[in-house]
Design a protein around this ligand. Structure first.
Ligand SMILES: Nc1ncnc2c1ncn2[C@@H]1O[C@H](COP(=O)(O)OP(=O)(O)OP(=O)(O)O)[C@@H](O)[C@H]1O
Ligand SMILES: [Mg+2]
Length: 288
């Protein structure tokens, strides 16, 4: 390796070194993951609908895929994140619904280098009628399916059912997008309590990375007051990066592109900056 560890490491592993590593004397962009040789599973959850779970989870996957091998898992039967990556959901019974059954492993579809997906399928909603024990199965399936991936990201449905529980039981880290309108804001205590119960009873190694404020409208007085109240109440459990409500975000999503690939206009650029900062914060905390 001599005086050129970066060249040596890049040639050997294809990953760039960013700083000094306590273990090997150098560190690559995903060193923490490689040193520990484990997959980090990040769940994006909030039982409220329309808060930005899908929007943030696909951005997080795109961000992580720039530096690590990512397996995206869509357990929401709406299939919105699946359609961001693929042309359609999987055939009935072949995608993520298999995570909740004792049988075959789900299909994994390669999106591109560093990014693959277990897509939503048409029978996913049936999982809610299955016996409660199925909540233990995703963790077992993912231990096998995710071998060789650095990061698993799970987008969840807007309900407190078996799919959300199954995802939380499989998680190492959970991030919670939250809107600041009255309706979203009101469910927050239930949500934090659910996470606490799952951690205490079923998955002590899961960490709640924090609440990610999304669709913030700084001109809205009620939202500003809600944000201040939330920060006073929950302190650093509210992530310091905030995502504002910006129309180019929705347009980029409809074009199946992360916001940072849509650089025209000041609003798009600001949104790109916010989304990258939020992804960096979540990735760093999840892999710390
Ligand atoms: N920062 C943002 N700026 C503007 N629009 C946004 C932003 N974040 C999300 N949206 C829009 O808000 C809507 C809801 O977002 P999204 O589908 O990600 O929420 P969700 O929590 O996944 O919803 P569901 O619970 O139904 O799955 C979408 O139309 C999306 O384009
Ligand atoms: Mg969604």
């Amino acid at each position: 390796m001599g005086a050129y560890p970066e060249l040596w490491y890049t040639a050997t592993t294809g990953r760039r070194i960013t700083s000094i590593c306590l273990f090997f004397g150098f560190r690559c962009e995903s060193c923490r993951l490689e040193v520990r040789g484990m997959t980090v599973t990040i769940v994006v959850s909030n039982q409220k609908g329309g808060v930005g779970k899908t929007m943030f989870s696909v951005h997080l996957a795109e961000y992580c895929a720039e530096r690590a091998k990512v397996l995206f898992v869509d357990v929401d039967g709406q299939g919105n994140s699946t359609r961001f990556f693929l042309d359609d959901r999987a055939k009935a019974g072949k995608g993520a619904s298999r995570l909740f059954s004792d049988g075959e492993a789900p299909e994994i579809i390669k999106v591109r280098e560093n990014l693959a997906i277990i897509p939503a399928d048409k029978t996913l909603n049936d999982v809610e009628a299955a016996p409660l024990e199925v909540i233990m199965l995703p963790r077992r399936h993912l231990a096998a399916c995710a071998a060789g991936y650095d990061v698993v990201i799970i987008d969840t449905p807007p309900s407190q059912g078996r799919r959300l529980l199954g995802a939380l039981i499989a998680a190492n880290a959970v991030v919670t997008p939250l809107g600041l309108d009255k309706a979203s804001f009101e469910g927050i205590e239930d949500l934090l309590n659910d996470i606490k119960v799952v951690r205490a009873k079923m998955n002590p190694s899961m960490r709640h990375i924090g609440i990610l404020i999304n669709r913030f409208k700084p001109a809205n007085k009620e939202q500003r007051a809600n944000l201040r109240a939330l920060q006073a109440d929950l302190g650093d459990r509210v992530l310091s990066t905030v995502l504002q409500d910006r129309s180019p975000v929705g347009t980029a999503f409809d074009n199946r592109k992360p916001i940072w690939k849509r650089s025209k206009g000041e609003s798009a650029q600001r949104a790109a900056h916010e989304f990258r900062a939020a992804c960096e914060l979540v990735y760093t905390r999840a892999t710390a």
